[in-house]
Design a protein around this ligand. Structure first.
Ligand code: PLP
Length: 455
């Protein structure tokens, strides 16, 4: 060990297999449904938009799925990612708690998302696909897939939520730097986009709309597949490298976490850090609490209904059983664009229903307050999404202080905020509002949940 407060693993400790929590669940995950038949999805239902290997991973109940060597080679550009102990933050909080964080902002795109982007690009290229279409909110996923596409010679087309396209020109520039095309959504290129524009010419766009556009393009072109940066089981699977490395690093540090925390939009970085720890709990009884922190303006896990729903506004996706605010729900404008999705990953939702995880919703001002405190103590400026995890960790540390007892906290710092400084400027200027979602609009959106016959 070279440094007491930073735990690094050599390249050859990059995991050789991803961890699949479906192998250890006490109750199996409810299957995705084909909306046309109401029957469980068959592999062929997804074959128009995903390569067969990813479809296989989506439904696999094998505990370990081997990471292809070309993917591990690319992971070496930034993995294993460091685990730090936030001693200066501990001192600033005057807490007896030990705070550790796993830092995923060291990737080329600045977040955890390349962990799955690289794997998805690899399997698509292996399947002979030439182009990928996708959506992006704040731009993190679009940049990650653009990066991965450039490594595997795939053309990448990104539908970017229109309001973010205007607000985050540097994210778009980064996608273009990697050679991708970035289109503001809703666009006139797709039937889904044109339908929205006909009704709302000034639509600021949403992830649900952008997903419809990207899926439509993939479904209609044989050489094009669709890639999703969160929500799906195979995405969380690829993110398990975070937790698998963190388990080794916590062992190096000589502490086991009492609580593991991450922010949750579609749930992929949360699943990534938490599920390997949860798996150990399920198999070996090693106790650990797991907490997902979500925005109060888009409170999917804490306020959503657990039901079958579509992943997009045009209802082109399969039905997934998940916590949802309804596919037509549009959250109020807060800065953590990556947390503005109406649904939550089915596996994370299922774990919540089984009582395996806890969830909390927080407003953005206390999150930025936590982000600023973290930046001033530890030097890293968290992405707006990641400030939710920082808030969660600080609250646990303050609870430990109130109790006067130590507690070991591990959280995932999912990305840095270098492209999101406008949010910090707005916070500093006192311009951020703690917006609640519109209760009436939520009720209306939930009333439109699809009817599904009980299994
Ligand atoms: C996209 C993103 C998130 C939210 O996505 P999850 O799938 O819930 O992890 C969180 N943090 C950062 C930095 C992101 O880019």
């Amino acid at each position: 060990m070279t440094d007491q407060y930073k735990y690094l693993l050599p390249d050859d400790r990059i995991p050789r297999a991803w961890y699949n929590i479906q192998a250890d669940l006490p109750v199996p995950l409810p299957p995705g449904l084909n909306p046309a038949t109401g029957k469980p999805l068959a592999p062929d239902d997804l074959a128009a938009i995903f390569p067969m290997e990813l479809i296989r991973q989506e439904v696999s109940t094998e505990r370990e799925i081997e990471i292809p060597e070309p993917v591990r080679e690319i992971y070496k550009l930034w993995r294993p990612s460091p685990l730090h102990r936030a001693v200066r933050l501990e001192r600033a909080l005057d807490t007896p708690a030990r705070i550790f964080y796993k830092y995923e902002g060291v990737s080329p795109a600045g977040s955890h998302k390349p962990n799955t982007a690289v794997a998805q690009a690899f399997y698509n290229r292996e399947a002979g696909i030439k182009k990928l279409s996708t959506e992006t909110g704040a731009g993190q996923w679009g940049c990650s897939l653009a990066f991965a596409g450039s490594l595997f010679g795939l053309e990448v087309k990104v539908y970017m939520v229109k309001v973010s396209y205007a607000q985050k020109p540097y994210r778009r520039a980064l996608m273009e730097t990697y050679g991708a095309t970035c289109i503001p959504s809703p666009s006139t290129e797709t039937a889904a986009g044109r339908a929205v524009l006909a009704e709302h010419p000034d639509s600021p766009g949403s992830l649900g709309i952008a997903i419809s556009e990207a899926v439509e393009v993939a479904a209609q072109n044989a050489d094009t597949n669709y890639a999703l940066g969160s929500v799906l089981n195979h995405v969380g699977l690829h993110q398990s490298v975070i937790g698998l490395e963190a388990i080794e690093q916590m062992e190096m540090a000589g502490f086991w976490p009492d609580v593991v925390i991450a922010c949750a939009g579609g749930g992929s970085n949360f699943a990534g850090i938490a599920f390997p720890f949860l798996g150990k709990k399920l198999r070996e009884g090693t106790d650990v609490r797991v907490v997902a922190v979500e925005p109060a303006g888009c409170p999917t896990l804490t306020r959503g209904t657990y039901a079958y729903d579509f992943g997009d506004i045009a209802h082109l996706t399969p039905l997934m059983k998940m916590h949802t605010l309804g596919s037509s729900f549009v959250p109020p404008g807060f800065h953590a664009g990556g947390l503005r999705y109406h649904g939550m990953g089915p596996l994370v939702s299922h774990a919540k229903e089984l009582g395996l995880i806890e969830a909390r919703a927080v407003y953005q001002n206390p999150c930025f307050e936590a982000g600023l405190m973290f930046a001033r103590a530890e030097g890293i400026v968290p992405a707006p999404e990641s400030t939710h995890a920082v808030r969660g960790a600080i609250d646990e540390a303050l609870a430990a202080k109130a109790e006067g007892k130590p507690r070991t906290i591990l959280f995932n710092l999912s990305g840095h905020g270098h492209f999101d400084m406008q949010a910090y400027m707005d916070y500093a200027a006192g311009k951020l509002q703690d917006l609640d979602y519109d209760e009436a609009a939520l009720a209306e959106s939930l009333a439109k949940l699809p009817e599904v016959a009980p299994a």
